[in-house]
Design a protein around this ligand. Sequence first.
Ligand code: ATP
Ligand code: MN
Ligand code: MN
Length: 368
Amino acid sequence: PKPSEVTPVIRMKSYACQRRTPLKHHNSFLTEALEILAENAEFSENEGRSVAFRRSASVLKALPHAVRTIDELKDLPCLGEHSLSVIKEILEDGTSREVESTRQSEQFQAMKALTGVFGVGVKTADRWVREGLRSPLDLVDTGQKLNHAQQAGVQYYKDLNTPVTRKEAMVISVIVEKAVKALLPEAIITLTGGFRRGKEVGHDVDFLITHPEEGAEEKLMPKIVNWLEDQGLLLYQKTTRNSYLESKDGPARPPSNMDRFERCFSIFKLEQSKIDSNAHAEASSWRAIRVDLVVSPYSQFAFATLGWTGSKLFERELRRWAGQEKGMSLSSHALYDSKKKCYLQASSEEEIFTHLGLEYIPPSERNA
Ligand code: ATP
Ligand code: MN
Ligand code: MN
């Protein structure tokens, strides 16, 4: 072939935290398909299978061009037999039968609808589906017993499944800033999650709050929540206190990926003025938006920032890299070196990457 037809060899590192993954990439037609299969595996609590599909999708997100033939993929990491056969079918036929039949299956659609209710996890949704329930309306119609979170989830279902725009996230940021500064003027508030990675929309808005004086941040969360409640800004909130110091989970390793910060899962009531086209006047309306607030001590702030910026796969890969390649244990609280038997301090994300022997990846390139 002519030189222009030769596909350049792409050297791709195998951990997602060793690569740059931009938000916009060239292979959505493939990654969306693989992520349907990943989601379906999560619905049947097959974590290994789900992570395998997510890793495959992530490799394609990091490619500098659109995949045209299956041969271009032969030297890439993480692409298992199953993923490759799905990719091959899509490249040849435009779609994959497995993906399309999953997408259309009643089981998948019911699990998607029910896990889409705030407060409902896979286990609960699965039980309901086995009882013949299919949608949030079915929960109401059959008088299912719901906890407070789930009641709010059903009540605000439509709003909470309407993507939050960056503009809305900025309005929420201003409110949160105002609340926190009113209580602790020197506090530092960071937007984390998908919006920090440059996403234009998200399912919620995530904030991390700290204070340069260690200890000044203690018991801040209940005060923030009270302030917001007094202003009528909260439709729902559940605050969990910090349990890091009293935990016995061992070095830097809380069970699963849950951390132990003082945190608040909430639903904000966001006022929006809409033009009422009938009355030709401004009508006051509002919508519900999910907001996560986390408070961290200053000494853990860098770890918390890294841990709450995501993506979920990027975080998972960072922890796997730390454990398997470095003999270290990383969490949103700390980094522990098992060989040296000591904690490694850091005051910035850059320092944590350095401790881990990784090239620094900025938030906008962590969209693995
Ligand atoms: P989206 O735009 O859909 O909100 P996101 O990347 O912001 O995408 P989130 O679910 O809001 O996703 O999570 C943001 C980050 O916070 C992720 O990196 C995730 O690992 C972390 N995170 C979320 N929930 C917890 C939790 N309970 N404990 C520890 N970390 C969490
Ligand atoms: Mn988020
Ligand atoms: Mn969140």
